[in-house]
Write a protein that binds this ligand. Sequence first.
Ligand SMILES: N[C@@H](CCC(=O)N[C@@H](CS)C(=O)NCC(=O)O)C(=O)O
Length: 226
Amino acid sequence: MEERRDVKLLGTKESIFTQRIVWALKLKGIDYAFIEQDFSSRSSPLLVELNPVYKMVPVIVHDGKPLSESLVILEYIEETWPVNPLFPVDPFERASARFWARFIDGMFYEAAKKAFFSSGEAKAEGVELVEEGLHLLEGQIIGKKFFGGEKIGYLDIIAGWISYWFQYIEEVGEFKAMDSRKYPCLHAWINNFIQVPIIQQSLPKADDVKAVYRGFKDAAALAGAN
Ligand SMILES: N[C@@H](CCC(=O)N[C@@H](CS)C(=O)NCC(=O)O)C(=O)O
């Protein structure tokens, strides 16, 4: 029998990055203690101690050893608990999933931030970049139920925020890029993904997500005014 180990997750339930770790642990059936961090206050002393470099959630603490950055944590979870594998077995598919994960967290996330935070011409550019990103992701999901194939895998977890949080990023950010007619396969994936019980059960409340995003907007406006 596998020895029980101590797993703690420092996170914020509205955080898209935290949710990735929640989903991975739940999909693998790993028990963990959730230590909620407050979005509205500055990073807690515990968070600063455990993630002194970025001072951000999520942080996983396994047997007293902290790890941060969701992509890194997911790799660690997969290697530590191989049960119910999340990564593709084929080396090319595995590398390709990592490529698209970096695209989502890099170019696509930056485009969404630009569309969310900016205004005027810069906002229009951001929206255009988001649309290009959605088009590229549509190309990756054509003919598949999930990015991982028949069941959800690593790339579904990385892209997961597009299934739920993205609509509130659009709403609070006052832009629209997702269009079921332009991205029908991505739209179908959203419905498939959101219906997976582990995903559905751990989604934060829409009002809480929107309140966090309004907070981000207000903070950015305040910083811009100073
Ligand atoms: N690249 C990081 C991003 C983590 C991140 O942005 N975390 C946000 C929550 S969604 C955070 O802690 N923000 C607090 C802050 O910026 O002070 C990851 O993948 O884990």
